[in-house]
Every structure is written in C-alpha cells, then in structure tokens.
Design a protein around this ligand. Structure first.
Ligand SMILES: Nc1ncnc2c1ncn2[C@@H]1O[C@H](COP(=O)(O)OP(=O)(O)OP(=O)(O)O)[C@@H](O)[C@H]1O
Ligand SMILES: [Mg+2]
Length: 243
C-alpha cells in the first residue's frame, strides 16, 4: 500500500545537520499491521511522519498505491493525505474543544456536509469506546480516555492507513491492553497499520511484523518474535520487557 524507497531524511539544526534516516526501504502491505521499534532518537517518529505524508524525504521516494507522492499534483496530495490518519503520542487534542468537537475538526476542514460529520463522529466515538465522554473536554479525561478520543478522531477520517506513535506508553497495563485490543479490532476491520512502541509486549500482542530502527537505519525487518529476539542483546531494559 505504501512504500519508502531508499529514503533519507536530514534536518537542519543549530548544531549542524541531523541525519534522522538513511537508506530506509520499507513496504507496508494492504491490511498489514507493523510494529516499529528502536531506541530513542532512532528515527521512528520521523519514519511515521514520512509515511503520514506530513513531511517529504530529503532523498528517496514515498510511494502510495504505486504513485510517487512527491510527483503528485496538490489535489492528489490532498487526496492521498486524507487516506492516512495519525494518532500522536501526546494525543494533540485541542483543550477548548470537547471530544466530539475534536473528532469533527478534520472533517470540518475537509468541508464535509454537517450531517455526515455528525454521523461519522457518532460512529467513531462508539467504535473507540468514548461515546460516553462526547461532551467532555480533554482535561476532564484520563490518559486512556484521551487516547481513545485521539483514536476516534483518526477513525472519523475513515482512513485506509492508521499510524500510531507510542499509543500505550503513558498508560497503566490494563488501559494499555484495552487500547491494543481496540487497535487490533481496527486492523481486523481492514485498516492497514503501523505502530511505534517501546513496549515489547504491545508489539507481540498487536503486530505480526516488526521493523527495528537504529541510528536512522532499518537494521531488522520481519516476524515480530524474531526481530525482538534479535534486538535483545544490546539493551539492558529489554530484560525487563521494554525496548
Ligand atoms: N524537526 C526536527 N529538526 C531537527 N532534528 C530533528 C527533528 N525531528 C527529529 N529530529 C532528530 O532526528 C532524530 C530522530 O528523531 P525521532 O523523533 O524520529 O526519534 P524517535 O525514534 O522517534 O525517538 P523517541 O523514541 O525518543 O521518540 C533525532 O536525532 C532528532 O533529534
Ligand atoms: Mg518518537
């Protein structure tokens, strides 16, 4: 569905250029669910932003359904971006908007008819298990509820591809398990998915395939159990179950 071909991403910074990704080639097939793991600063969030088509690579290509994103027209780019939703680690909910208003916002920006927005918001809040908090503001929610609200906002877009950046990192084990179950159901419903996680159990529970990033390079790609086994040695925290 989406492929990165020999992608490099270099950022300018006060201390000189930062090579966040180099030589990354990676394909997410239709309906698949991939884990993306690796130490802090390895380039995981950068990879996710490139797949979300929010940033373009310094070199290499991002190809969606066989079409190179960089060579698409502005209209095609808009259409491509609308097929992809991202759930960020910090949820990025607007504090002055209720859960339902937050979910509606991307659809309002797409200028969808009011009735369709209302229907999609209602369905998504139910699916994400947060309908009972539709009128609550983010500050009135628990961490797990905020995560559900962010997932509901993503579902409202009816995405083909859902990208999640550490969706369970701030949650207690029970809430984390519930969010993983919700994501599993969404994937089973046919949505292609990539999930960044530091939690090996989350990767095992949710993702049949995993990609391991180190210092901007993809060092292992394959079945989750094998990749995580290979990732074990160099990191002391792994012995306690986390990447
Ligand atoms: N906008 C930016 N400008 C400059 N440097 C950046 C920018 N975004 C990321 N970087 C740098 O790129 C590298 C990879 O960052 P990235 O956020 O992708 O890592 P990560 O694997 O998601 O880490 P973490 O697990 O801590 O979230 C880091 O060295 C980071 O400082
Ligand atoms: Mg990150």
């Amino acid at each position: 569905m989406i492929a990165l071909e020999q992608v490099e991403k270099c950022y300018a910074s006060g201390e000189g250029p930062v090579q966040a990704l180099s030589g990354v080639s990676f394909t997410l097939g239709e309906g698949e669910c991939w884990g993306i793991v690796g130490p802090s600063g390895a380039g995981k969030s950068t990879l996710l932003r490139l797949m979300a088509l929010l940033e373009e690579p310094t070199r290499g290509r991002v190809v969606l359904d066989g079409v190179c994103f960089a060579q698409s027209s502005p209209r095609e780019k808009r259409h491509a971006r609308q097929q992809i939703a991202t759930v960020f680690q910090d949820c990025r909910l607007l504090s002055r908007r209720t859960v339902a208003q937050n979910a509606a916002l991307p659809l309002q920006m797409q200028r969808l008819p009011r009735q369709e927005i209302a229907q999609r918001v209602e369905e998504s809040l139910w699916q994400a298990g947060i309908a009972h908090k539709a009128g609550a503001y983010p500050a009135q929610l628990s961490g797990g509820q905020r995560q559900r609200a962010a997932i509901a906002r993503a579902l409202c877009q009816k995405p083909r591809l859902l990208l999640c950046d550490e969706p369970t990192s701030a949650l207690d084990p029970q809430s984390a398990g519930e969010i993983l179950e919700l994501l599993r159901q969404i994937n089973e419903g046919g949505v292609t998915m990539a999930v960044i996680t530091h939690d090996m159990n989350a990767a095992r529970a949710l993702c049949p395939h995993t990609a391991l990033l180190r210092e901007g390079k993809l060092t292992q790609v394959g079945r989750t159990a094998q990749v995580l086994e290979g990732a074990f040695q160099p990191f002391a925290p792994l012995e306690r179950g986390a990447l």
